[in-house]
Ligand binder design. Sequence first.
Ligand code: DAT
Ligand code: MG
Length: 151
Amino acid sequence: AELERTFIAIKPDGVQRGLISEIINRFERKGYKLVAIKLVIPTKEFAEKHYDDLRGRPFFNGLCDFLSSGPVVAMVWEGQGVIKYGRKLIGATSPHNSEPGTIRGDLAISVGRNIIHGSDGPETAKAEISLWFKPDDLINYTANAEKWLYE
Ligand code: DAT
Ligand code: MG
């Protein structure tokens, strides 16, 4: 198995709504491996860094206020194809368009309260992982199930 990794965050609405275990469960049962996790309240400045590419959009300020409004579960998940398929598990940005069966499709209604973040490509995954975690926070281990998940 390869070492592809993505950054996934449960936003303050997902935490406050009691959806932490529900969301983790979906990544875990798929077969992905958790390699880092922490609960953190990001500062507004940190949120602005995280969403830097959206600077200038009309919703940017509200988005950063929201992300810094409470605890966020920040995670790194590892597995074959986890960046792209993680986005699939999450569903479309607006829950109006997210298919049933996806996290946002099943669990959210508004685009500004869509409960979860996931990196959208290899470059952003790399950048977001290093923004949120120190290298030492990423745990290298072999999951016992790997030999049953990968040929
Ligand atoms: P995603 O989170 O699916 O990667 P994005 O990177 O385009 O979507 O935007 C980041 C977040 O910003 C998104 O999860 C919710 C918020 N957002 C995006 N478009 C929005 C809009 N039109 N109105 C309000 N919030 C929006
Ligand atoms: Mg995005």
